[in-house]
Every structure is written in C-alpha cells, then in structure tokens.
Design a protein around this ligand. Structure first.
Ligand SMILES: O=C(O)C(=O)C[C@]1(C(=O)O)C=C[C@@H](O)C=C1
Length: 253
C-alpha cells in the first residue's frame, strides 16, 4: 500500500462525503458539553512556562505529540500551530505526491480557528458550565481537525480540476484572476446537494435510537440539522473554495 490510489473528481468528492460523517459525529460529541467558557479564558488556567488558555495548552501539546508520531507527514493534515513543531520520529511513508510541492504553504487554520471560536461554537453549544474543561478542549480539537481536514482537502479537489482542464486554469492563474478562478471551480448544484445531504445526515446520525418505541422522538436531534447545513453554507464550503484558489494561485510556481 503506497497511498497512490487514483485521484479523480468523483474520488475526491467521495472523500469529502465521508468526511461529512466525521464532522457531524464530532459536532454531536462537542455539543454534549455546554460552552464551558473557562476552557478559552487566557487567565483561568496557569501552567508553568506556558501562556494561554486551556484549549491553547491542549492543542499545542497534542499537536507536538502527534507531530512526533508522524501525523503531519500526511499531505491531508495541517497543524493549527505549525511554529516549533517537533519533527516526526516515524519511518518515512511514501504518501501520494499528487499535490504540487507548494501545497505545504497553504494553511488557513488561523482563519478556521478564529471563525470556529467566534462564530461556529456559539451557534451550536448551549450556555453554561459543567466543569469538563479538559474534555471540552479535547472535543474542540477533534472537531477542529475534522473541519480543517475537510477544508484543506480543497487542495486535492483543485489539483484534479486543474489536471482535467489545465488550459482553462492556466491563463487565470497567470493573470492572478482570483474571481475568475473562483467562478471556474464553482458548481452551484453540487454545493446545494452537499448542504441537503449534511442536513439529512445530521437527522440520521443524531436521532435517538430506542428498542421500545419508534418515531416518538422525531424532531429531537442531538445537533440541529439546519445548523449543520448553515455551517457548510457559511464557512465549510467557502473556506474550501478559498483553499482551492490559494492552491491554484501557486500551482504554476
Ligand atoms: O465538489 C467540488 O467541486 C468542490 O470544489 C467542493 C465544493 C464543496 O466545498 O463542497 C466547493 C466548490 C464547488 O462549488 C462545489 C463543492
């Protein structure tokens, strides 16, 4: 196994569909906890030789361990704090080299981080504090990683689109025509299907499963399906497209 499976528009779209499941399951896990805002306070926790909130502490330290364990060797993974990450201690694995080498420079996790804490979380979680700050930080990280992986998968989507029609993309790339690129890579009907599908998945994955009764719990979902659709509409799809454009702008370097 070399990870060198074939990349086509339909295979990369299948990967995006599978990643919807991961995002929705992680959302369901995060909304078990209320906002638990002390997780995010700069001064609530005080760790020796560390400045920042509990979530900063958990994410930076977890990323350091995962970096040593080889996580960021995969071209699908992008750290939130790439500064000062330790090198992988794992043997080399021949991951697919389908992406242009400049792909490594495309990392919009700073924007994802900001939008996640400022806009997404308040939309999904209840107010309150149950003291489970460490669990909250850990579930934020899993959800952030799932969202980030989906958004940065835009690199693979952009690469297959470029390979399918280089003659359409090259002039726009040379002219640095961001708007033209955005238009060329957009499929409005696909976006509509994605938004409808994630809403339906949120209903299916988030329903109560009971052996006794059927149906009485209809409408009582673990995560609001219309919010999942909104999450994709407002942030996940637009940020994926931003990654596609950023990647394409570097594609001929
Ligand atoms: O499927 C594609 O072609 C993508 O580029 C992915 C995606 C998405 O984020 O879901 C983004 C842009 C397209 O307009 C349609 C869908």
């Amino acid at each position: 196994e070399t990870g060198n499976h074939e990349y086509t528009l339909s295979s990369v779209r299948e990967a995006l569909v599978r990643q919807e499941d991961t995002i929705i399951f992680n959302l369901i896990e995060r909304v078990k906890f209320p906002i638990n805002s002390r997780t995010y306070h700069q001064n609530y926790a005080s760790f020796p030789a560390f400045h920042g909130s509990l979530v900063d502490f958990v994410v930076k330290n977890t990323e350091a361990i995962q970096a040593k364990a080889g996580r960021y060797q995969s071209p699908e993974e992008n750290p939130f704090f790439p500064e000062n990450l330790p090198p992988s201690l794992m043997p080399h694995y021949p991951f697919s080299k389908i992406l242009h080498p400049e792909a490594a420079l495309v990392n919009i996790n700073k924007s994802i981080w900001k939008v996640y804490f400022d806009e997404m979380l308040p939309l999904f979680v209840a107010s309150g504090d149950d003291g489970n700050y460490a669990q909250t930080a850990a579930s934020d990280l899993s959800l952030l990683q799932a969202i980030s992986r989906r958004i940065h998968y835009g690199k693979f989507v952009a690469e297959v689109k470029f390979r399918e029609s280089p003659h359409d993309y090259e002039p726009l790339i040379r002219a640095r025509d961001t708007e033209g690129l955005m238009k060329l890579l957009t499929f409005a009907s696909v976006e509509e299907m994605v938004k409808k599908r994630v809403e339906k998945k949120a209903m299916v994955f988030g329903q109560e499963v009971s052996l006794e009764r059927d149906d009485d719990d209809k409408g009582n979902y673990k995560v609001d399906p219309s919010l999942v659709s909104r999450l994709y509409d407002k942030w996940v799809i637009p940020l994926t497209k931003e990654v596609e454009v950023e990647y394409l702008l570097r594609r001929l370097d």
